[in-house]
Design a protein. Sequence first.
Length: 200
Amino acid sequence: MPARITAATVAAVAVLAPVLVGCGGSADPGPKSSSGTTESTTPITSSDPPTTTSPTTTKPTGPVEPSYPDAAKANTRNGARAFARYYIAVASYAQVTGDTKTLKKVAADTCFGCARLVSRISDIYKSGGWIRSKPLMVLSLNAAHEDGLKFRLDLAVRFPNQYLKQRRGEKPKLTKGAREPLVLHLIWKGSRWLVYASGG
């Protein structure tokens, strides 16, 4: 699961907040988010992933990978803003499916926090675990030109409550959600945006 979203955190709101938010910092997130939110130690009763499917739905639908927005194809401030929202959507998709292919593609080799996020999610699913939560929500986003082909994006992201099963045979646990700050550093390279660093 970031980047919580400080340089010292990004895998206890659970996976994304601690990993996504702390992309630029320590690989060992603490038990609390930057807002002081703590992980619940009360496991949910079922060993199966919780479902949000309505009882009246005949065919449950799973998460759909977000499409690359046309607005993000431009080397402009608005293009950078659109890409930042896309990156959050991709990270959100990856954590609830275990599919990290696109999450890898949208990050540069220099973003070690991004690599930790991919590794964290992959390890959970390879171990027979899973993550369930509602999508992350971008509450605010400000873009500032850094230099050359680079932009700094300052975001406020809402991390919803998350059910996390670390590995096969382990009981799932609920982690309370929180609002967290996140910084994404983008670079325009080869006619596309990439995250080259992140943190809080």
